[in-house]
Design a protein around this ligand. Sequence first.
Ligand code: AN0
Ligand code: CP
Length: 318
Amino acid sequence: MKKFTCVQDIGDLKVAVEEALELKRDRYQFSELGRNKTLLMLFFNSSLRTRLSTQKAAMNLGMNVMVLDVNQGAWKLETERGVIMDGDKPEHLLEAIPVMGSYCDIIGIRSFAQFKDKKEDYEERILEQFIRYSGRPVFSMEAATRHPLQSFADLITIEEYKKVERPKVVLTWAPHPKALPQAVPNSFAEWMNATDYDFVITHPEGYELAEEFVGGAKVEYDQRKAFEGADFIYAKNWAAYRDPHYGEVLSKNRAWTVDDEKMALTNNAYFMHCLPVRRNMIVSDSVIESEQSLVIPEAANREISATVVLKRLLEGLK
Ligand code: AN0
Ligand code: CP
Protein backbone atom coordinates (compact mmCIF):
# COMPACT_ATOMS: atom_id res chain seq x y z
CA MET A 1 0.00 0.00 0.00
CA LYS A 2 1.36 3.44 -0.95
CA LYS A 3 -1.12 5.69 0.86
CA PHE A 4 -4.19 5.40 3.08
CA THR A 5 -6.68 8.22 2.79
CA CYS A 6 -9.97 6.54 1.78
CA VAL A 7 -11.72 3.16 1.69
CA GLN A 8 -10.41 2.27 -1.78
CA ASP A 9 -6.82 2.26 -0.51
CA ILE A 10 -7.41 -0.74 1.74
CA GLY A 11 -8.79 -2.94 -1.06
CA ASP A 12 -11.03 -5.91 -0.22
CA LEU A 13 -12.74 -5.21 3.12
CA LYS A 14 -13.24 -8.88 4.05
CA VAL A 15 -9.51 -9.49 3.62
CA ALA A 16 -8.69 -6.35 5.63
CA VAL A 17 -11.01 -7.34 8.51
CA GLU A 18 -9.54 -10.87 8.56
CA GLU A 19 -6.05 -9.41 8.70
CA ALA A 20 -7.15 -7.12 11.55
CA LEU A 21 -8.66 -9.95 13.59
CA GLU A 22 -5.57 -12.07 13.02
CA LEU A 23 -3.36 -9.17 14.20
CA LYS A 24 -5.63 -8.69 17.19
CA ARG A 25 -4.90 -12.28 18.28
CA ASP A 26 -1.19 -11.39 18.37
CA ARG A 27 -0.41 -7.75 17.70
CA TYR A 28 3.37 -8.30 17.91
CA GLN A 29 3.60 -10.79 15.03
CA PHE A 30 5.39 -8.25 12.87
CA SER A 31 7.52 -6.60 15.53
CA GLU A 32 10.60 -6.77 13.26
CA LEU A 33 8.91 -5.29 10.19
CA GLY A 34 9.41 -1.69 11.27
CA ARG A 35 12.96 -1.95 12.58
CA ASN A 36 14.89 1.26 11.74
CA LYS A 37 11.81 2.74 10.10
CA THR A 38 10.51 6.04 11.40
CA LEU A 39 6.93 7.24 11.57
CA LEU A 40 6.25 10.96 11.75
CA MET A 41 2.81 11.86 13.08
CA LEU A 42 1.87 15.43 12.38
CA PHE A 43 -1.06 17.07 14.15
CA PHE A 44 -2.66 20.31 13.03
CA ASN A 45 -5.54 19.52 15.46
CA SER A 46 -6.00 17.97 18.90
CA SER A 47 -6.24 14.23 19.47
CA LEU A 48 -6.29 11.63 22.21
CA ARG A 49 -7.14 8.29 20.54
CA THR A 50 -5.46 8.80 17.19
CA ARG A 51 -2.26 10.01 18.77
CA LEU A 52 -1.99 7.13 21.26
CA SER A 53 -3.39 4.27 19.18
CA THR A 54 -1.30 5.09 16.11
CA GLN A 55 1.86 5.43 18.19
CA LYS A 56 1.07 2.10 19.87
CA ALA A 57 0.47 0.48 16.47
CA ALA A 58 3.86 1.75 15.26
CA MET A 59 5.51 0.35 18.40
CA ASN A 60 3.78 -3.02 17.79
CA LEU A 61 5.61 -3.09 14.47
CA GLY A 62 8.96 -2.08 15.95
CA MET A 63 8.98 1.41 14.42
CA ASN A 64 10.49 4.59 15.81
CA VAL A 65 7.96 7.38 16.26
CA MET A 66 8.16 11.17 16.14
CA VAL A 67 5.13 13.30 16.98
CA LEU A 68 4.86 16.95 16.04
CA ASP A 69 2.04 19.23 17.15
CA VAL A 70 2.26 21.92 14.54
CA ASN A 71 0.53 24.47 16.76
CA GLN A 72 2.72 23.82 19.80
CA GLY A 73 6.40 24.52 19.36
CA ALA A 74 6.77 24.32 15.58
CA TRP A 75 6.81 27.38 13.34
CA LYS A 76 3.35 28.40 12.26
CA LEU A 77 2.94 27.18 8.70
CA GLU A 78 1.60 29.12 5.75
CA THR A 79 -0.35 26.73 3.53
CA GLU A 80 -1.30 28.94 0.57
CA ARG A 81 1.05 29.50 -2.36
CA GLY A 82 1.49 33.10 -3.53
CA VAL A 83 0.93 34.68 -0.13
CA ILE A 84 3.28 37.54 0.82
CA MET A 85 4.50 36.11 4.09
CA ASP A 86 4.59 39.30 6.15
CA GLY A 87 2.15 38.00 8.78
CA ASP A 88 2.50 35.64 11.74
CA LYS A 89 3.59 32.53 9.80
CA PRO A 90 7.38 32.23 9.45
CA GLU A 91 7.51 29.00 7.39
CA HIS A 92 5.77 27.66 4.30
CA LEU A 93 4.36 24.16 3.98
CA LEU A 94 6.21 23.79 0.67
CA GLU A 95 9.58 23.80 2.48
CA ALA A 96 8.35 22.13 5.67
CA ILE A 97 6.90 19.08 3.87
CA PRO A 98 10.05 17.87 2.08
CA VAL A 99 12.15 18.67 5.16
CA MET A 100 9.88 16.54 7.35
CA GLY A 101 9.86 13.83 4.67
CA SER A 102 13.66 13.69 4.81
CA TYR A 103 13.58 12.58 8.47
CA CYS A 104 11.08 9.72 8.23
CA ASP A 105 9.76 6.80 6.17
CA ILE A 106 6.00 7.20 6.64
CA ILE A 107 3.92 10.28 7.50
CA GLY A 108 0.53 10.47 9.23
CA ILE A 109 -1.40 13.74 9.03
CA ARG A 110 -4.29 15.14 11.05
CA SER A 111 -5.68 18.20 9.33
CA PHE A 112 -9.38 18.99 9.84
CA ALA A 113 -11.67 20.92 7.54
CA GLN A 114 -11.24 24.62 8.22
CA PHE A 115 -14.76 25.63 7.11
CA LYS A 116 -13.36 28.74 5.38
CA ASP A 117 -13.69 27.44 1.84
CA LYS A 118 -15.65 24.30 1.00
CA LYS A 119 -13.74 23.71 -2.22
CA GLU A 120 -10.41 23.92 -0.41
CA ASP A 121 -11.61 21.46 2.26
CA TYR A 122 -13.15 18.99 -0.18
CA GLU A 123 -10.08 19.06 -2.45
CA GLU A 124 -8.03 18.03 0.62
CA ARG A 125 -5.46 20.75 -0.13
CA ILE A 126 -3.24 20.04 2.90
CA LEU A 127 -3.27 16.23 2.67
CA GLU A 128 -2.71 16.32 -1.09
CA GLN A 129 0.33 18.57 -0.72
CA PHE A 130 1.87 16.05 1.67
CA ILE A 131 1.21 13.24 -0.81
CA ARG A 132 2.77 15.27 -3.61
CA TYR A 133 5.79 16.84 -1.92
CA SER A 134 6.89 14.61 0.97
CA GLY A 135 8.26 11.71 -1.10
CA ARG A 136 6.81 9.36 1.56
CA PRO A 137 3.73 7.20 1.94
CA VAL A 138 1.09 9.33 3.65
CA PHE A 139 -1.90 8.24 5.71
CA SER A 140 -4.80 10.22 7.08
CA MET A 141 -5.28 10.57 10.83
CA GLU A 142 -8.50 12.52 9.99
CA ALA A 143 -8.24 14.94 7.14
CA ALA A 144 -10.78 17.47 5.87
CA THR A 145 -13.26 14.98 4.40
CA ARG A 146 -12.51 11.53 5.87
CA HIS A 147 -11.29 9.66 8.93
CA PRO A 148 -10.46 6.22 7.50
CA LEU A 149 -8.57 4.81 10.52
CA GLN A 150 -11.73 5.45 12.54
CA SER A 151 -14.04 3.90 9.94
CA PHE A 152 -11.82 0.83 9.65
CA ALA A 153 -11.93 0.40 13.46
CA ASP A 154 -15.73 0.88 13.32
CA LEU A 155 -16.02 -1.84 10.68
CA ILE A 156 -13.87 -4.25 12.71
CA THR A 157 -16.08 -3.55 15.76
CA ILE A 158 -19.32 -4.18 13.85
CA GLU A 159 -17.91 -7.43 12.44
CA GLU A 160 -16.98 -8.55 15.96
CA TYR A 161 -20.39 -7.80 17.49
CA LYS A 162 -22.92 -8.37 14.71
CA LYS A 163 -25.44 -11.18 15.26
CA VAL A 164 -26.74 -11.34 11.70
CA GLU A 165 -24.88 -11.44 8.39
CA ARG A 166 -26.33 -8.12 7.14
CA PRO A 167 -27.00 -5.91 10.18
CA LYS A 168 -29.02 -2.72 9.99
CA VAL A 169 -26.59 0.10 10.74
CA VAL A 170 -27.92 3.61 11.38
CA LEU A 171 -25.79 6.73 11.27
CA THR A 172 -27.62 9.41 13.23
CA TRP A 173 -26.85 13.11 13.50
CA ALA A 174 -26.99 14.35 17.10
CA PRO A 175 -26.71 17.85 18.58
CA HIS A 176 -23.46 19.56 19.60
CA PRO A 177 -22.70 23.16 20.60
CA LYS A 178 -19.90 23.74 18.06
CA ALA A 179 -19.39 23.21 14.35
CA LEU A 180 -17.75 19.83 13.69
CA PRO A 181 -16.35 18.48 10.42
CA GLN A 182 -18.16 15.98 8.19
CA ALA A 183 -15.07 13.75 8.06
CA VAL A 184 -16.30 11.07 10.47
CA PRO A 185 -19.82 10.69 9.01
CA ASN A 186 -18.54 10.95 5.41
CA SER A 187 -15.97 8.29 6.03
CA PHE A 188 -18.32 6.03 7.99
CA ALA A 189 -20.82 6.25 5.12
CA GLU A 190 -18.11 5.50 2.57
CA TRP A 191 -17.05 2.36 4.46
CA MET A 192 -20.60 1.19 5.21
CA ASN A 193 -21.54 1.63 1.56
CA ALA A 194 -18.62 -0.65 0.67
CA THR A 195 -20.19 -3.45 2.75
CA ASP A 196 -23.48 -5.27 2.09
CA TYR A 197 -25.07 -4.02 5.35
CA ASP A 198 -28.48 -2.34 5.45
CA PHE A 199 -27.21 1.22 5.94
CA VAL A 200 -29.44 4.17 6.84
CA ILE A 201 -28.52 7.81 7.54
CA THR A 202 -30.80 10.04 9.61
CA HIS A 203 -30.46 13.77 10.25
CA PRO A 204 -32.56 16.93 10.39
CA GLU A 205 -33.27 18.71 7.10
CA GLY A 206 -30.33 20.84 6.07
CA TYR A 207 -27.70 18.38 7.28
CA GLU A 208 -27.45 16.42 4.01
CA LEU A 209 -23.94 15.08 3.43
CA ALA A 210 -22.14 15.27 0.09
CA GLU A 211 -23.70 12.93 -2.49
CA GLU A 212 -20.39 11.19 -3.15
CA PHE A 213 -20.49 9.93 0.46
CA VAL A 214 -24.22 9.25 0.79
CA GLY A 215 -23.99 6.98 -2.26
CA GLY A 216 -26.70 4.34 -2.19
CA ALA A 217 -27.51 4.77 1.51
CA LYS A 218 -31.12 5.28 2.58
CA VAL A 219 -31.74 8.77 4.02
CA GLU A 220 -34.58 8.93 6.58
CA TYR A 221 -35.45 12.29 8.12
CA ASP A 222 -37.53 10.74 10.90
CA GLN A 223 -34.98 9.61 13.48
CA ARG A 224 -37.42 7.33 15.30
CA LYS A 225 -38.39 5.58 12.07
CA ALA A 226 -34.71 5.13 11.21
CA PHE A 227 -34.04 3.51 14.59
CA GLU A 228 -36.72 0.83 14.14
CA GLY A 229 -35.10 -2.58 13.93
CA ALA A 230 -31.54 -1.19 13.98
CA ASP A 231 -28.70 -3.45 15.11
CA PHE A 232 -26.16 -0.64 15.46
CA ILE A 233 -26.69 3.06 16.21
CA TYR A 234 -23.71 5.19 15.22
CA ALA A 235 -24.12 8.73 16.55
CA LYS A 236 -22.16 11.76 15.37
CA ASN A 237 -22.62 15.48 15.06
CA TRP A 238 -21.59 17.35 11.96
CA ALA A 239 -22.01 20.89 10.69
CA ALA A 240 -24.03 21.63 7.56
CA TYR A 241 -22.46 20.71 4.22
CA ARG A 242 -24.84 22.33 1.75
CA ASP A 243 -24.44 25.89 0.48
CA PRO A 244 -25.01 28.55 1.63
CA HIS A 245 -24.66 27.08 5.14
CA TYR A 246 -21.40 25.14 4.77
CA GLY A 247 -19.76 24.74 8.20
CA GLU A 248 -22.69 26.24 10.12
CA VAL A 249 -24.57 24.89 13.14
CA LEU A 250 -28.22 24.93 12.03
CA SER A 251 -29.67 23.14 15.03
CA LYS A 252 -28.80 22.17 18.60
CA ASN A 253 -32.10 20.37 19.01
CA ARG A 254 -31.79 17.93 21.89
CA ALA A 255 -34.79 16.04 20.60
CA TRP A 256 -32.09 14.31 18.47
CA THR A 257 -30.02 13.19 21.49
CA VAL A 258 -29.73 9.39 21.63
CA ASP A 259 -31.50 8.25 24.81
CA ASP A 260 -33.08 5.11 26.28
CA GLU A 261 -36.48 5.81 24.80
CA LYS A 262 -35.05 5.91 21.27
CA MET A 263 -32.78 2.92 21.82
CA ALA A 264 -35.91 0.99 22.85
CA LEU A 265 -37.14 1.32 19.24
CA THR A 266 -34.17 -0.67 17.96
CA ASN A 267 -33.44 -4.37 17.78
CA ASN A 268 -31.53 -4.09 21.10
CA ALA A 269 -28.93 -2.16 19.11
CA TYR A 270 -25.38 -1.51 20.10
CA PHE A 271 -24.42 2.14 20.54
CA MET A 272 -21.30 3.47 18.81
CA HIS A 273 -19.48 6.81 18.74
CA CYS A 274 -15.92 7.61 17.68
CA LEU A 275 -15.28 9.76 20.80
CA PRO A 276 -14.70 12.35 22.12
CA VAL A 277 -18.41 12.63 22.91
CA ARG A 278 -20.41 15.27 24.77
CA ARG A 279 -22.73 13.46 27.15
CA ASN A 280 -26.36 14.54 27.25
CA MET A 281 -25.91 16.42 23.97
CA ILE A 282 -25.04 13.50 21.65
CA VAL A 283 -26.02 10.63 23.97
CA SER A 284 -27.49 10.25 27.46
CA ASP A 285 -25.33 9.04 30.35
CA SER A 286 -27.43 5.93 30.61
CA VAL A 287 -27.05 4.87 26.95
CA ILE A 288 -23.29 5.42 26.84
CA GLU A 289 -22.92 3.55 30.14
CA SER A 290 -25.25 0.71 29.12
CA GLU A 291 -24.17 -2.82 28.25
CA GLN A 292 -24.98 -2.05 24.63
CA SER A 293 -22.40 0.72 24.44
CA LEU A 294 -19.37 -0.20 22.32
CA VAL A 295 -17.48 3.08 22.63
CA ILE A 296 -14.56 1.57 24.56
CA PRO A 297 -13.96 -1.56 22.43
CA GLU A 298 -14.45 0.65 19.37
CA ALA A 299 -11.69 2.99 20.55
CA ALA A 300 -9.49 -0.01 21.43
CA ASN A 301 -9.85 -1.21 17.83
CA ARG A 302 -8.14 1.98 16.68
CA GLU A 303 -4.87 0.32 17.63
CA ILE A 304 -5.78 -2.65 15.44
CA SER A 305 -6.83 -0.65 12.38
CA ALA A 306 -3.66 1.43 12.66
CA THR A 307 -1.50 -1.69 13.00
CA VAL A 308 -2.94 -3.13 9.76
CA VAL A 309 -2.49 0.16 7.91
CA LEU A 310 1.09 0.74 9.08
CA LYS A 311 1.99 -2.89 8.38
CA ARG A 312 0.74 -2.54 4.81
CA LEU A 313 2.52 0.79 4.33
CA LEU A 314 5.76 -0.76 5.65
CA GLU A 315 5.34 -3.70 3.25
CA GLY A 316 4.88 -1.19 0.45
CA LEU A 317 8.26 0.44 1.18
CA LYS A 318 10.18 -2.58 -0.09
C1 AN0 B 1 -13.60 15.81 15.80
C2 AN0 B 1 -14.61 15.66 14.67
O1 AN0 B 1 -15.80 15.73 14.91
O2 AN0 B 1 -14.19 15.47 13.51
C3 AN0 B 1 -12.77 14.56 15.94
C4 AN0 B 1 -13.52 13.28 16.06
C5 AN0 B 1 -12.66 12.08 15.99
N1 AN0 B 1 -14.29 16.07 17.04
C6 AN0 B 1 -14.15 17.20 17.72
O3 AN0 B 1 -13.49 18.10 17.28
C7 AN0 B 1 -14.85 17.30 19.05
N1 CP C 1 -11.81 9.17 17.49
C1 CP C 1 -10.70 9.94 17.40
O1 CP C 1 -10.09 10.06 16.34
O2 CP C 1 -10.32 10.53 18.56
P1 CP C 1 -9.20 11.63 18.74
O3 CP C 1 -9.71 12.89 18.09
O4 CP C 1 -9.04 11.76 20.22
O5 CP C 1 -7.94 11.17 18.07
